[in-house]
Design a protein around this ligand. Structure first.
Ligand code: SF4
Length: 280
């Protein structure tokens, strides 16, 4: 299967279960979208949605926020992560919108990144959602999902590289949808810890799921009192394992006598082998 075929299969499967691939942030206009996306950096959408109703009542537009102060804005967003820095960014961004953009949120990534607190990722989300600009922002969920499935190659080690490779796979009109599909899939199904591979609609196209299936089966009848670990190659127990890097660079538990990675936890019978995972 080519990577393009894999992508087509995966997104078509995800579309069947994620029928509304949209942001989960609540907003009514571009100003509110910009503020919400800026607040959502390192914070959950649910938390942002808790503070924005009162924040938007107090600051319905950039003018009211520009006339306020960082310390005043802080009071409305204190339960959000990094409230002090974000209050400062919001205040300065509002002033710039007033002075340079006629109180309007600009529609291009290049203009948006001029606003304090607006990085490339935030700018792409705003440009894509508010103005339909083709953009594919890569956050922690997109990075993890794209890498686990192998929608991108081993060289995609940074969000920028993942973005470039994904954009080559998909036509521009599908970038926005793909972004939201991967975010929602990563948030609710392909979580960082304990991904739900058993019930995943994309599992038959997913490299990570394939590697999971190849892990050694549980060993039955191990005797924990003989040692914490069991080496199935030398068939003996031991207490203190060695570690070794496998071909993917993942640190694996190994047998201190023979160096084998065919090691099991005596208490559970489970393999100690770990699959390469992806975090950013
Ligand atoms: S099969 Fe597992 S790793 Fe692959 S996309 Fe689904 S949940 Fe994620």
């Amino acid at each position: 299967m080519t990577r393009k075929q894999r992508a087509d299969n995966v997104f078509s499967a995800l579309r069947k279960v994620i029928t509304e691939p949209e942001t989960e942030l609540n907003y009514q206009n571009n100003w509110q979208l910009l503020v919400s996306v800026l607040l959502s950096a390192q914070c959950t959408d649910a938390r942002v949605n808790m503070v924005t109703p009162s924040l938007f009542e107090r600051y319905p537009d950039s003018k009211t926020m520009a006339e306020s102060s960082q310390s005043e804005i802080f009071k409305w967003i204190r339960s959000i992560s990094y409230p002090n820095a974000k209050a400062g960014h919001l205040h300065k961004a509002a002033i710039i919108l007033e002075n340079e953009f006629g109180s309007e949120v600009p529609g291009t990534v290049d203009e948006l990144v001029k606003l304090p607190g607006v990085g490339r990722k935030t700018a792409q989300v705003v440009a894509s959602v508010a103005f339909g600009v083709p953009a594919l922002a890569v956050d922690t969920h997109v990075f993890r999902v794209a890498n686990r499935i192998s929608l991108v190659g081993p060289s995609a080690t940074t969000p920028d590289k993942v973005e470039k490779q994904l954009k080559k796979l998909l036509p521009p009109e599908e970038w926005g949808d793909a972004h939201h599909l991967m975010i929602l899939h990563g948030r609710y199904h392909c979580m960082a810890r304990n991904p739900g591979c058993d019930t995943c609609v994309a599992s038959e196209f997913c490299d990570y799921a394939e590697r999971l299936k190849k892990l050694p089966s549980d060993q039955e009848g191990l005797i924990p009192s003989k040692g914490k670990y069991y080496c199935a190659t030398r068939k003996h127990y031991f207490m203190e394992p060695d570690t070794i890097s496998d071909r993917s660079g993942v640190e694996q538990v190994s047998c201190p006598s023979c160096g084998s990675m065919n090691v099991f936890i005596s208490k559970t019978g489970r393999t100690t082998r770990r699959i390469k995972d992806f975090r950013v």
